[in-house]
Every structure is written in structure tokens, then in C-alpha cells.
Design a protein around this ligand. Structure first.
Ligand code: KG4
Ligand code: ZN
Length: 340
């Protein structure tokens, strides 16, 4: 088999983005189509799973067709069909999994199921041809906060995780509380630029029995308490200051824990990568870039479009599984809580 010219059609529908892409050799994006459902869910203040499923059903075929046409390929040119099969929302996942199985069967192409978080991590391969395992990766998304040692392509050793909310979830909840609405992360990122990060001293969650694990529920409660006490005293809330101070706490804790783990696990000679939707946060990118530069560690982060949910990252991850011989059968199912 010639592994030098493998084109994978990848599909991603785990949450509220209907996405398809064609990726060559895991690193070259031939097309990347993302239909975002943000407008649909905004009026509800968050993703409504049933509405998301229905929108995926409506959009999946046009999005796949567009991805093939943008890449100037047909199904005949494709070597495999890859799809996110977990973790995520079961209804949305099922739409992608069924579309992938149908195309795989009809076109006679192998099927490769991909872990969503493995996809986020692999987004780093797209624009960084020099990045190869082993390296350390901080994955921060709406559902996950993991510090992971990538020991080989598709091989992950989890060093730390969140004990409660994911980093993105904390951004979304705080944004809702200060009236910025959904999706919270980008809105806090923007508001924080106008605010004073030292205006409030919010806590950085510490987990008693673990050196590196994260906890964001205490920080979230501290923000809510601050808002309540302002309200009771009739003090006007400075949204930008709250956003900036909250963001500073999250960024500092993620940076400090990541660097501690990198140093203590003896991985100074390795590289450090950032991934997931929250990796598009300006302050977090800058903070980790500086911390790595100070230690002489190469730092990698995808462009924002490859940080939030997309199918190109699924195609990148799938290539390494494909050349390692991973194939899934037509019994592939959606697994909402698929472990990494
Ligand atoms: O990876 P992703 O697109 O979906 C999941 O797999 O969860 O991540 C979505 C999360 C949301 O919580 C969103 O608020 C957050 O990423 N996010 C951000 C930014 N852009 C997206 N958080 C902070 N700053 C941003 N610029
Ligand atoms: Zn994601």
C-alpha cells in the first residue's frame, strides 16, 4: 500500500457544527467545510441536542458534497471515510456515523471511526509539519480539559483532567451569568480585552489529592458570588473587568499546571501543543507561548479555525489510524462518553 497519497473524507457532527473535509496524508487540507449552528442555538443560550440533530440531518449531505467539490475530488478518489463516533451528543454523533457508514458501504471505501479529542490534538499536524510525537498537549474544549502525553500517533497518556467543569464550560457559564450570552468563550475573550484582569482576585482551583488535575467549579462560584454581592449592594457590574479577571484565573492555572507537569515529568526536551475550542482564546495562546519560550520548549497551536470543531482535524487523526491498519465495521455506533 502506498501511504504517501492517502485522501480521507472526514465527517464531524459531535456537537453543533456540521463539518466535512478532505485531508491528504493527515497534514494537507484539501477542503474544510463547516456549517455552524450557533445562530440556531443562540436564542436558547446553549446547544439544544434535539435541534442540533435535526439540523445535522438537514445539512450533512450538502456539507459533504461541498467538501468533495472544494477538494476537486469524487468518492472514487477517496481512500477512506472517517467519522467522529464519540465523545459528544448521541443524536448529533449518530447523524455523522450513519452518513459515514452509508458512504463507506456505497462507495466501497474503508471506514475509520475517530475519537473527537484525538481529532482536536491532531489539528496540530495540519499546519506544523515538524510536529511529531512524543509531545505534551493541553486539550481545552467545551466538554474536556485534559493534559495529555502524546507518546505516539493516536497513543495518549492522560496526565491530568478536570474534576468538574471543562474550561470551555466555565467560559460559557460565566458568560451567561454576566449577560454575554452564547457562545461564551469568544464573547469573554473579546470583553476581556477592554477590562482590567487585576480588578478581582478570583481563586485558582486546586485539587487536594492531585498535583496537576484542574477544577473550575470554585472559580465559577466565586464569580457568581461576586455578581450576587454587587447586586445586593446595588453596585453596577463591570462586565469587562469580571471577564478579564475570570479569564486571567483560567489562563494562569492552565499555564502553571501545564508547565509544572512538563518540568516534573521530565519532558523538557519535548514539545508542547495546545488544542480544542478554548485554544482559540487569545490570552491563553499568548500565555502558553511565552511560558514555553521562557523554557526553550517548542510551542504549537492550530489556527483558530482548526481549534473549534471541524472535520479537517478528524481527517488528520484518521490518517495515522488508517496507516496503522485501523478499520471499523458497519456495527460502528455513536459512543457519547468514549474514553480517550
Ligand atoms: O472544541 P469545541 O469547539 O467543542 C467541544 O468539543 O466542546 O469547544 C467549544 C468551547 C466552548 O465552550 C467555547 O465557549 C470555547 O470552546 N471557546 C472559547 C473561545 N472560542 C471557543 N473559549 C475561550 N476563548 C475563545 N476565544
Ligand atoms: Zn470539540
Amino acid at each position: 500500500m502506498n501511504n504517501d497519497d492517502i485522501k480521507i473524507l472526514a465527517i464531524e457532527t459531535s456537537c453543533d457544527e456540521t463539518a466535512a473535509a478532505v485531508v491528504r496524508n493527515g497534514r494537507e487540507v484539501l477542503s474544510n467545510v463547516i456549517y455552524t449552528q450557533i445562530a440556531l442555538h443562540t436564542e436558547y443560550g446553549g446547544v439544544v441536542p434535539e435541534l442540533a440533530s435535526r439540523k445535522h440531518v438537514e445539512k450533512i449531505n450538502p456539507v459533504i458534497r461541498q467538501a468533495l467539490s472544494d477538494a476537486q475530488v469524487t468518492l472514487d478518489d477517496i481512500d477512506a471515510v472517517a467519522v467522529t463516533y464519540g465523545p459528544g451528543l448521541v443524536g448529533p454523533l449518530l447523524v455523522g456515523v450513519n452518513a459515514a457508514k452509508t458512504i463507506s458501504w456505497a462507495a466501497g471505501k474503508p471506514l475509520v471511526g475517530v475519537h473527537h479529542i484525538g481529532g482536536h490534538i491532531s489539528a496540530n499536524y495540519i499546519e506544523h509539519p515538524d510536529l511529531e510525537p512524543p509531545y505534551m498537549c493541553l486539550v481545552v474544549s467545551g466538554g474536556h480539559t485534559h493534559l495529555v502525553e502524546v507518546t505516539d500517533y493516536g497513543k495518549y497518556n492522560i496526565i491530568a483532567r478536570t474534576r468538574d467543569d471543562a474550561a470551555g464550560e466555565a467560559f460559557d457559564k460565566v458568560a451567561r451569568a454576566i449577560g454575554l450570552g452564547y457562545p461564551g468563550g469568544p464573547k469573554i475573550d473579546k470583553a476581556a480585552r477592554e477590562g482590567n484582569p487585576d480588578a478581582m482576585d478570583f481563586p485558582k482551583g486546586k485539587v487536594r489529592d492531585s498535583e496537576y488535575d484542574f477544577s473550575f467549579s470554585g472559580l465559577k462560584s466565586a464569580v457568581l458570588n461576586h455578581l450576587n454581592s454587587c447586586k445586593m449592594q446595588g453596585i453596577e457590574i463591570n462586565t469587562a473587568d469580571v471577564a478579564a479577571s475570570f479569564q486571567k484565573s483560567v489562563v494562569e492555572v492552565l499555564t502553571e499546571r501545564s508547565m509544572e507537569a512538563l518540568e516534573k515529568i521530565g519532558a523538557q526536551d519535548k514539545s508542547f501543543a495546545l488544542a480544542g475550542g478554548v485554544a482559540s482564546n487569545t490570552a491563553l495562546r499568548t500565555s502558553l507561548e511565552k511560558a514555553c519560550a521562557a523554557r526553550g520548549i517548542p510551542f504549537y497551536v492550530p489556527s483558530p479555525v482548526y481549534c473549534t470543531d471541524n472535520a479537517a482535524m478528524i481527517g488528520a487523526a484518521a490518517y495515522y489510524d488508517y496507516i496503522a491498519g485501523v478499520r471499523h465495521g458497519y456495527d460502528l455506533n455513536a459512543v457519547p462518553n468514549l474514553p480517550l
